[in-house]
Ligand binder design. Structure first.
Ligand SMILES: [Zn+2]
Length: 393
């Protein structure tokens, strides 16, 4: 009982600190005055708290540039020796390990390729790189977060279709670090980055969609993804919005996945299935956007853009988001056939959405969205009251 009460009082002692540190991460360059206003902190309490966090190597304070009138203030930022999260990026093209903290800056510490190996073959090498990154910054790394370009549940990989991998345990990635391991799908993590600090910032319900090989995404409510009972939700690409005669590698038929990416463009152009659908799609879209492509290619792009726009309209009817963000190949696909996309999007909306449809914005974080989202989850972990109590005593 005593231990519980102590941990509860320690938690309470760090609750406001946790809110302040998360605000400093969410709004880089925030002034002390603005942060205190946002948290309704009285000046005496703020002085005590900020002194305590500076002393605990959790926060730094710099003089603000004098801009306009008003009392001089300071800017709050990450402490140069503050807590960090390690991010493991498992993309189709290869892996990398990065370190980042409250300032949102990620530094790559290691990278490599998979070769012909299955996960069991290369995961120990990646885990070794994570452990090396943790040793490089003794005592500072409080979480490991893996961003995975595949379907995941808990710390298990379910399917990584671009490589043909099936189930694998990713738990080994955190085993040498001795800190909590979190695993997220890349589209879900990209959505977190957009909802918290990107193009969907401030949205109550944000829909994020990533076209790479197929399409994945997430619905985010107040910046948190709705991921289902086992964490495997958001597989929008496997809704039956496609051709019912086409079999999808996932095991289902008629998946939307097959209609919106490089595989769709190849079918419409009469090409065989491309070995690298992402690169193939990027090349076709570049040619169409530069105006050098033949009419056949423009029609292929228009059909694909229509399939994307119509499907997004269906998801808007389903979820009623107030913001939609698109990433990966989707912004280029829309830009290559803007009228076809807009026509299909509008035409697929229920009438009551048409007066004020949610804007579809290009993602602000680009290709780094998934690792930025992973860092945001890592910062949630290292700024939790319990983690701060362990760090600051
Ligand atoms: Zn499928």
């Amino acid at each position: 009982m005593t231990a519980d009460r102590m941990s509860r009082s320690a938690r309470l002692r760090w609750t406001t600190a946790s809110e302040l540190l998360r605000l400093v991460h969410a709004e880089p360059g925030i002034t002390r005055t603005a942060a205190c206003e946002r948290l309704s902190l009285a000046s005496g309490a703020a002085t005590e708290l900020i002194e305590r966090l500076r002393g605990a190597r959790l926060l730094a304070e710099h003089r603000a540039e004098r801009g306009g009138r008003g009392r001089p203030t300071t800017v709050l930022g990450a402490h140069p020796r503050g807590p960090l999260a390690a991010v493991v990026d498992l993309r189709a093209a290869g892996w990398r390990v990065l370190l980042g903290g409250l300032d949102g800056v990620l530094t790559e510490t290691a990278a490599g390729s998979y070769g012909d190996r299955e996960p069991a073959g290369f995961l120990p090498e990646v885990a070794g790189a994570v452990a090396a990154a943790v040793r490089r910054e003794p005592g500072r790394v409080g979480a490991v977060v893996a961003a995975v370009a595949g379907a995941v549940s808990g710390t298990r990989l379910l399917q990584f279709s671009t490589r043909g991998w099936h189930e694998a345990d990713l738990g080994v990635l955190g085993s040498g670090a001795g800190v909590p391991l979190l695993v997220g799908n890349d589209a879900t993590l990209g959505g977190i980055a957009e909802a918290r600090g990107g193009a969907a910032r401030g949205a109550r319900a944000a829909l994020h969609l990533l076209v790479a090989v197929g399409i994945g995404g997430a619905l985010l409510v107040d910046g948190r993804p709705v991921i289902g009972a086992r964490g495997a939700g958001g597989e929008y690409g496997h809704l039956p919005l496609g051709d019912p005669d086409l079999a999808c590698p996932c095991g289902a038929r008629g998946c939307w996945d097959l209609m919106v990416d490089g595989r769709a463009l190849a079918r419409h152009r009469g090409d065989p299935a491309p070995a690298d659908p992402f690169a193939y799609g990027r090349d076709v879209l570049d040619a169409v956007r530069s105006g050098t492509a033949p009419a056949r290619d423009r029609r292929a792009v228009e059909r694909t853009a229509r399939a994307l726009g119509a499907g997004i309209a269906g998801l808007v009817n389903l979820h009623d988001p107030d913001a939609v963000t698109i990433a990966g190949l989707a912004p280029d696909l829309r830009a290559a056939a803007p009228d076809a996309f807009a026509d299909a999007y509008r035409g697929g909306l229920m009438a009551f959405h048409r007066a004020d449809p949610p804007p579809v914005a290009d993602a602000a974080r680009g290709a780094d969205g998934p690792v930025q989202g992973a860092l945001a989850l890592g910062v949630d972990e290292i700024t939790g009251p319990a983690a701060l109590a362990r760090w600051g005593g």
